[in-house]
Design a protein around this ligand. Structure first.
Ligand code: FE
Ligand code: FE
Ligand code: ZN
Ligand code: FE
Length: 188
């Protein structure tokens, strides 16, 4: 063998990360772990999104985010249903990514003056959040289908559609008004 065949190495000198004792052995366990990640993330958003809404200057943006808080509460409920179907505890597991995305959203508030520029920043942060969710639910649906969990796949698909709708509403708000208004601040 040309490459290192030493145990625990991938041949580029990178160590193969040893698994924790709690590590998932099959796809079903990985699926449950990722469901725990996303329910943590959704619960964190229920708490974090109102601050974004309160800081939004544009009335339509504010109400779109407020509406998404209500949608997010229902998404938590839907995930609770998923855990019930699986007969698993709905305790979340810390989602480092969502914690980071929320922190970044909070820094954008501090880094912008209230008004159109802050609104453009709120849209930026919110779309990063929606895209993380879209990626997560896409994977979860693929896992549910291959595991034969059709009822769960259907529930997760409802949420995926809501995340896509939220993303589209943010895109429209940016293109139709907020980015233009924010750019006008450069002339002011
Ligand atoms: Fe969500
Ligand atoms: Fe995560
Ligand atoms: Zn997550
Ligand atoms: Fe969302």
């Amino acid at each position: 063998m040309p490459n290192s065949s030493k145990q625990g190495s991938d041949g580029r000198g990178q160590r193969i990360v040893p698994a924790k004792s709690s590590a998932a052995e099959g796809l079903k366990e990985l699926f449950i772990d990722e469901l725990k990640d996303i329910i943590y993330a959704e619960r964190a958003l229920v708490k974090a999104l109102p601050k974004m809404a309160n800081n939004a200057f544009d009335a339509k943006l504010k109400s779109a985010i407020e509406e998404h808080v209500a949608v997010t509460e229902r998404q938590v409920e839907r995930l609770t249903q998923v855990f019930e179907i699986l007969g698993e505890s709905n305790r979340g597991k810390k989602c480092d990514a969502m914690e980071g995305l929320i922190k970044e959203g909070e820094s954008i508030l501090e880094d912008t003056e209230p008004g159109p520029v802050r609104d453009a920043g709120i849209i930026s942060a919110s779309q990063k959040i929606e895209h993380y969710e879209i990626a997560s639910y896409g994977t979860l649906i693929a896992f549910a289908k291959i595991l034969g969990e059709e009822e769960i796949a259907a529930l997760l698909l409802e949420t995926l559609e809501e995340e896509k709708d939220a993303d589209n509403i943010l895109t429209d708000a940016a293109y139709n008004s907020i980015n233009l208004e924010a750019a006008e601040e450069d002339q002011a």
